[in-house]
Design a protein around this ligand. Structure first.
Ligand code: FAD
Length: 460
């Protein structure tokens, strides 16, 4: 990094990093238990309304009812996971929420398809007719079923474009905007549940609870995904103040704003950034804070992976910025042990650089291992050395390929040789997904408890 570039950066104010008064978020186990309890209550709703099952048609229809109820419950859970509810974002982490959403989505689409097929088949068997004429009868004679069928097709379509093979061939934004059809699907399918769902037609309490679930999630989505970001944009008036290169293809962007301390952002967290230029206003991309947040400015550091990230190096000072966040669970709150090891790979250094600066700890409590391709790729070298020096922390910057080094510096053996009391460390890992997987496996082999390993993926 050149001295001139550093001179353009706003001066750090010692001790002005955002306070760590943010409460820990929801725990994974509790959230999963609540989701499971909801699923059990949904099955119980079907059970208490089902006196007896007599024949094959009845079996099919009841299987159709229960899959429909579970799909109706599951889809609203999937939306809640993506509602950007702060307790979930802080406690579970956006990447894990996105993974749960993606896994759950596959089951929900399967339940929707099963519901449709089982109901048609069951009704056809009971009415002694064939499935084609039964499908016609359901679409024309039953209230709101046509709308629900369109909703089902939309959900299947969203499922198809979200399949890994299809998604890889698609621009992120195309996939994202197609994905928003899920909201339309949920709205279209809602009314048929009460109009034709045997479990709701006669059960007023079930209707009230079900409606409250849907309305609650809709309010959370509108509040956290629209109202709060718009309010934040007005309140904080963020603008780009400086852009400078850190390494080939990597640039830092400093963003100023008002009352930024109110955001209670923490080192290790990220925002979704929207830069209001003619070409970029429509895309909102996640980038971690690469320095501890200050009351009057924030900094991100971006590698040129694609269209939006490459364009950021050309941003002009004065550009207005919408930032949605802070999000992310890889913060100091997660820490359990006094000693901390930070393992960064490539551009995954950004959140760990901020944590390296601010994690509380005495001399030699904090160690960082930063794995970079070569010297030219190494970002923040001077800053990291300065932080390590100031804090008495240990810093290992390891460059070069494994074949050149003759060993893997992130293997269990190398980690234990470097840090003999590895097991008594909390370990924060951020880097390419493949590297993170290998490092987490090495740490587990070295008997580092799972609860002491914290990592976040740069891929949703
Ligand atoms: C929590 C988090 C923190 C991150 N922090 C940093 C950071 O500090 N520095 C850095 O250089 N990179 C970071 N990234 C990665 C960065 O967001 C992507 O490289 C960037 O969005 C790519 O966008 P693009 O248009 O340039 O490339 P594209 O070619 O459009 O996308 C490349 C890939 O990036 C991902 N991506 C693209 N757009 C989005 C989006 N809007 N939301 C989520 N993922 C998207 C997708 O997986 C996509 O396949 C982070 C990612 C996440 C999830």
């Amino acid at each position: 990094m050149t001295v001139a570039a550093r001179d353009r950066r706003p001066t750090h104010r010692a001790g002005s990093a955002a306070s760590s008064t943010v409460q820990p978020g929801a725990s994974q186990a509790i959230v999963l238990a609540v989701i499971a309890a909801g699923a059990i209550a949904t099955i119980a709703l079907w059970w208490q309304d089902t006196a007896a099952i007599h024949d094959f048609g009845d079996w099919l229809t009841n299987a159709g009812r229960v899959t429909g109820l579970l799909a109706g419950y599951g889809v609203v859970v999937l939306l809640a996971l993506m509602a950007r509810i702060p307790a979930l974002e802080r406690g579970i982490g956006s990447d894990r929420l996105a993974r749960w959403h993606a896994h759950g989505g596959r089951y929900i689409v399967s339940l929707v398809v099963a519901h449709g097929l089982l109901i048609i088949w069951g009704y056809a068997v009971t009415a002694h007719t064939n499935v084609v004429s039964q499908t016609g009868a359901l679409l024309t004679n039953y209230p709101d079923v046509l709308m629900a069928s369109v909703a089902g097709l939309l959900l299947v379509g969203v499922g198809i474009v979200s399949a890994r093979a299809a998604r890889r061939r698609m621009r992120y934004e195309t996939w994202y905007y197609l994905h928003l059809y899920t909201y339309l699907a949920v709205a279209l399918a809602f009314s048929h549940q009460f109009a034709t769902g045997a479990d709701f037609m006669t059960n007023r309490i079930a209707r009230v609870v079900w409606s409250a679930l849907y309305i609650g999630v809709a309010v959370a989505i509108v509040w956290y995904r629209i109202t709060v970001p718009v309010w934040q944009a007005v309140r904080h008036q963020m603008r780009v103040v400086a852009v400078y290169p850190e390494a080939p293809g990597v640039a830092s962007i400093v963003i100023s704003g008002q009352h930024l301390d109110e955001l209670q952002a923490q080192s290790g967290q990220f925002f979704r950034w929207r830069f209001l230029t003619r070409d970029l206003w429509w895309s909102s991309n996640p980038y971690s804070l690469s320095a501890a947040p200050r009351p009057d400015w924030l900094r991100i550091t971006v590698k040129d992976f694609g269209e939006q990230s490459s364009a950021l190096a050309r941003l002009r000072p004065g550009t207005r910025v919408f930032a949605e966040g802070p999000y992310g669970a890889m913060t100091a709150i997660r820490r359990r042990r006094r000693k901390v090891l930070l393992i960064a790979g490539g551009i995954g250094i950004t959140p760990l650089r901020a944590l390296f600066e601010t994690l509380p700890g005495g001399k030699r409590d904090i160690t960082m291992i930063y794995r970079a391709g070569d010297n030219a790729d190494t970002v923040f070298r001077d800053e990291l050395i300065a932080i390590a020096h100031r804090r008495g922390a240990q810093l290992h910057i390891v460059t070069g390929h494994r074949s050149e080094l003759g060993f893997d510096p992130l293997s269990k053996e190398a980690l234990m040789a470097n840090i003999p009391d590895l097991r008594s460390h909390d370990v924060y890992v951020c880097g390419p997904d493949r590297m993170t997987e290998t490092v987490v496996a090495a740490l587990r082999e070295a008997n580092v408890p799972r609860r002491q390993i914290h990592h976040e993926s740069f891929e949703f």
